[in-house]
Design a protein around this ligand. Sequence first.
Ligand code: ATP
Ligand code: MG
Length: 290
Amino acid sequence: MMSKAISKTELPLKLYKSGKVREIFELDAEHLLLVASDRLSAFDYVMHPPIPFKGIVLTKISRFWFEHFSKVPNHIVSFSVDNIPQLKPYKELLKDRVMLVRKSKVIPFEFIFRGYLFGSLFESYEKGEVKDLPKGMKKGAELKSPLFTPTTKAEKGHDLPCTVSDIEKSVGKEVARYVIENSLKCYNEARKKALERNLILADTKFEWGMSKGETILIDEILTPDSSRYWDATQYKNGVLEQFDKQVVRDWLIKSGWDRQSEPPELPPHIVEQTQARYIELLNRLTGEKL
Ligand SMILES: Nc1ncnc2c1ncn2[C@@H]1O[C@H](COP(=O)(O)OP(=O)(O)OP(=O)(O)O)[C@@H](O)[C@H]1O
Ligand SMILES: [Mg+2]
């Protein structure tokens, strides 16, 4: 599939922050504009080149889930900027890439829930660092019940594992309980919904923020950047067909990259495969074709 990838967005607005994937602009004192580029990050590094359409897929999938979880207080104001006069010239560029949101104070933890033994959890398990799970489990095995494996949200460098008590110390017991419970509810519910589409939602990460005393779900949700999606039929056959950036992670591991220096450039076939995965996931979840 052809198209020019968006690697960075410049707008006549105050830049609030530039993340690994999004440019975040300050619209006014209470609102931010999150613009998803096509950048892909893996192991905390931004890869080159970007993956055409990725930002659109992420935004559409987040939208699908925010609409599904409309009862959970969240940061969304709008997915359109058509009413903002200054942004008229950028209408095409921004279409399906923006989330206009309530600015919040980010709770500095990642609320990660896992239903399967995979990724960094499997790595820790192999080293004998995971005490709560039975011995002898295989990579990719389903867990009896979802495991909460929170991390800090580091300003710089890698996020580190943390405990519930760290979260409680930071935001208080009540807020901690609220966000953990609601993250779990959303994960469980999304898992069911995904399975209806023959997809396994192996794990996911939520972020929460505080806005005017209210605790709200923020950032992107249940996207292939923040979650692992597998094909359910393939899983039954013992094959992990993945609809997320695992293609890139696997390629990077094979490349021998040390995860500490500039990553190698992604070859065209990896870019294409990754793009195809993202687009197929959107189609399978929402029925939308790009
Ligand atoms: N409503 C909100 N208010 C304030 N910040 C938000 C809100 N929603 C999302 N964010 C922040 O915006 C950023 C989104 O950009 P992006 O996805 O590129 O970040 P990232 O590379 O994942 O960054 P980080 O490592 O900081 O999480 C994240 O830092 C996220 O915490
Ligand atoms: Mg992010």
